[in-house]
Design a binder for this molecule. Structure first.
Ligand SMILES: Cc1cc2nc3c(=O)[nH]c(=O)nc-3n(C[C@H](O)[C@H](O)[C@H](O)COP(=O)(O)OP(=O)(O)OC[C@H]3O[C@@H](n4cnc5c(N)ncnc54)[C@H](O)[C@@H]3O)c2cc1C
Ligand SMILES: *[C@@H]1O[C@H](CO)[C@@H](O)[C@H](O)[C@H]1NC(C)=O
Ligand SMILES: *[C@@H]1O[C@H](CO)[C@@H](O)[C@H](O)[C@H]1NC(C)=O
Length: 228
């Protein structure tokens, strides 16, 4: 059987992979996303999305539906671990207007992947190696023996990327801390309003970030040798 030839292969269907595929789709360029999981990985809790990311989401045409679901934060209080105030930040003051919203990862990933034509995402396929061929094509090998040729290869396969390794990029480096994240649900509403709180301790940081009227994103980041 002849090896299929693609214009653009994107390895990894995460936030970067789907955003890249959607950007190309909006420009009329067909790409193929290869994702190792059997379906769209909507797991996770939430992410802080700032002004520059909103400009990117606007260009992709998905900003408004996400803005409707998540509240724009008006500011953030930085506190000591005894609860006393270090500084109160106001996100819209004078000429400054910072747009920060806490997005549920599921909503963000779905907003990026749902507009893509079904035949542009291949699930359940893990890229194991890449090879440059004579004549400009790149060969992509998947677990199970499937092989594809592509004119353009884009690596969006996250930390431990097979594509980055093939490009001789450095191994990921452990940064010295670990984060635990979650979403707290308040069916009757929480009392944080539209302001976030961040508590700065010694070797530990915690934050409570309102997502909308009923959900709060929480994060605890602590120094660790990495053996937890
Ligand atoms: C399931 C999940 C939940 C997360 N939850 C949060 C969160 O709650 N809060 C937060 O701040 N960050 C979270 N993150 C991290 C955050 O999404 C990423 O760090 C950031 O968005 C960078 O995105 P990325 O697209 O570069 O990488 P990732 O989001 O890591 O996406 C990489 C994708 O590539 C796929 N992949 C990897 N190797 C291969 C391969 N060889 N072949 C085929 N596919 C491959 C992976 O399955 C994954 O879907 C989460 C990541 C994941 C994968
Ligand atoms: C932030 O600044 C704006 C503009 O000066 C002001 O209207 C608003 O009340 C301020 N918010 C807080 C919480 O201080
Ligand atoms: C925690 O880790 C950060 C980053 O490595 C470091 O700058 C800081 O000094 C550490 N704090 C403590 C209390 O260990």
């Amino acid at each position: 059987m002849e090896t299929p030839v693609h214009d653009v292969i994107i390895v990894g269907g995460g936030i970067a992979g789907f955003a890249t595929a959607l950007a190309l789709h909006r420009l009329g360029v067909k790409s193929t996303v290869i994702e190792e999981s059997e379906e769209c990985r909507v797991a996770g809790s939430a992410l802080s999305i700032w002004s520059n990311a909103w400009r990117a989401l606007e260009t992709l045409g998905v900003a408004d539906s996400l803005r409707n679901q998540f509240t724009k934060l008006s500011g953030m209080d930085l506190l000591r671990n005894d609860g006393s105030l270090i500084k109160s930040l106001n996100f819209s003051e004078g000429s400054r207007d910072i747009e920060l919203r806490e997005l549920e990862r599921k909503a963000l990933v779905e907003a990026l992947c749902n507009p893509l034509p079904d035949d542009q995402v291949v699930y359940g396929s893990r890229v194991v190696s890449v090879k440059q061929l004579e004549g400009g094509y790149t060969e992509v090998h998947c677990e199970g023996g499937q092989t594809m040729h592509t004119k353009v290869l884009i690596g969006c396969d996250g930390v431990g990327s097979v594509v980055a390794k093939w490009m001789n990029m450095k191994e990921p480096r452990y940064a010295g801390y670990v984060a635990t994240r979650g979403i707290a649900e308040y069916p009757d509403g929480h009392n944080l309003g539209d302001r976030a709180k961040q508590i700065l301790g010694s070797g530990v940081r915690a934050a409570f970030l309102p997502m909308n009227a009923n959900k709060v994103y929480w994060v605890v980041v602590f120094n660790s040798s990495g053996t937890v």
